[in-house]
Design a binder for this molecule. Structure first.
Ligand code: ATP
Ligand code: MG
Length: 144
């Protein structure tokens, strides 16, 4: 007889709770896969603790973004804590992708695109001219 792998998905609802939705207090965002077998024990990873006690991972202040003469972002401000899933929600064309793309300066591949303001990641303003782009893009990836 073969045993199916048991899969437990623990969802972290910090982002949802900040949007006023019910929060699952398990606090873990992980996929735990148990080895096959009836005796397999599932162990959840340790909870990262309450969201208000966690360090700030990203702090954006006064972010403006321009596609040539077209300004797509106006004075964006956001705080993102570590070890949490954060969703950015809004209507099509409001600038979600433009905002996220700024976090690893991938827009600089296009000469007419420009960002202004502050994007602090782990306490460093990644829009600073001195930022090492190779090291930044090793730390900040994205999937579209
Ligand atoms: N390459 C580009 N050149 C010029 N303007 C652009 C470019 N990409 C996006 N824009 C403009 O910037 C604004 C924000 O677009 P963006 O794609 O960031 O929105 P979005 O919220 O991600 O939309 P969606 O939900 O459809 O993915 C829109 O007005 C869009 O037309
Ligand atoms: Mg988009």
């Amino acid at each position: 007889m073969t045993h199916a792998h048991e899969v437990v998905l623990c969802q972290n609802n910090d982002a949802a709770s900040r949007l006023g939705r019910p929060c699952d207090t398990s606090g873990a965002a992980s996929l735990a896969v148990a080895p096959p077998g009836p005796q397999a024990a599932l162990k959840a990873p340790p909870s990262p603790g309450p969201v208000e006690d966690r360090a700030m991972k990203v702090r954006v202040r006064g972010l403006d973004f321009f596609y040539g003469s077209h300004q797509a972002l106006f004075d964006n401000n956001i705080d993102i804590v570590e070890k949490a899933v954060t969703a950015i929600i809004g209507p099509s064309g409001c600038g979600k992708s433009t905002h996220i793309r700024a976090y690893n300066r991938v827009f600089e591949l296009y000469r007419e695109q420009r960002a202004a303001g502050e994007i602090m990641i782990d306490g460093e303003n990644i829009l600073d001219r001195c930022t090492d782009l190779l090291s930044l893009r090793r730390r900040v990836g994205m999937i579209f």
